[in-house]
Design a protein around this ligand. Sequence first.
Ligand code: NDP
Length: 337
Amino acid sequence: STQVRLAQRPVGEPGDDTYDIGPVDLPALADGQLLLRVVYLSLDPYMRGRMSDAPSYAAPVAVGDVMEGGTVVVVEESRHPEWSAGDVALSYSGWQTHAISDGTGLRRLDPSRAPISTALGVLGMPGFTAYAGLLEIGKPQAGETVVVAAATGPVGSAVGQVAQARGARSVGIAGGEAKRAALTEEFGFDVALDHRSPDFAAELAAAVPDGIDVYFENVGGPVTREVLRHVNTYARIPVCGLVSSYNATSAPEGPDRLPGFMGLVLRKSLTVRGFIQNEFTASHGRDFVREMSGWVADGTVRYREDVVQGLESAPEAFRGLLTGKNFGKLVVQVSED
Ligand code: NDP
């Protein structure tokens, strides 16, 4: 197997020296074990947190360990009664080409139902994050205005489309003209904005004449500052991620904005609620699988994937994820499917 291990904890953007890439010999299979070959490795923003030992909701990857990550795998060899060679599964085998498993945590995938990569995106963790966070915390109502940034990514694109399926008006924000165009043309957002436009503030104001009822927070930073100017009384803000600051090494310049923000929460009776998607697995997991698979199958929810080739591409692709170079759900094709 080839592995990508965490060589040291990065400061700021994770450079090549963050990783140590090399081969490792896997032992022969024991009874009850499986040899997994990774087909797709998911790259997700949360991985920046796992590289760091700052306080978080999950323990960091230990220096020297294989980087964590969701994968779609094929069983190459099995000495496990429930699995056969050729079976396809969702796994959490991390940044490596092969792994040995005892079957724990593997979820069987049916390749005839949906492309297997979707188990890492629209029909997997990011799609679930959008679905549960939006419906449980955002509670979009028909006719309301829902705003989301990083809107061509797997979370943002699903947020906008699920909001529309509930009868709300969706405003998507993305970086650059190609992504902005895709928001309306590919994903069917009602309005699309480019946060890099010099007129972003005015364009946002024009896009939300009735104010904002739900702001699904993916990014933080200057985008959020502008969005907050337009929130309505009783607006809901599911706080899902703050990707603009994941590589930050110091607090942003400028005045302390916390009193102003708390004043806004008070005056507008806002609901601001952070969440980690897995808290909703028990309550929303089944509905998600049923509803989202139906929407993907009938075209109500469309998705886009950005596939990079080869495990050795993962470090560069991951840097791009935190700076907006990816266009759609970022996955690494580690081997042929
Ligand atoms: P994306 O594929 O959307 O990738 C991240 C995107 O963030 C980039 O493509 C870029 O899009 C945007 N971005 C990066 N830097 C900035 C910036 N400075 N300002 C504005 N936008 C920026 O990722 P995901 O869909 O996987 O994740 C979206 C968010 O959801 C992340 O914050 C992630 O951490 C969070 N998340 C939270 C979970 C939870 O349980 N709470 C679970 C899963 C994800 P663009 O070029 O359009 O600006």
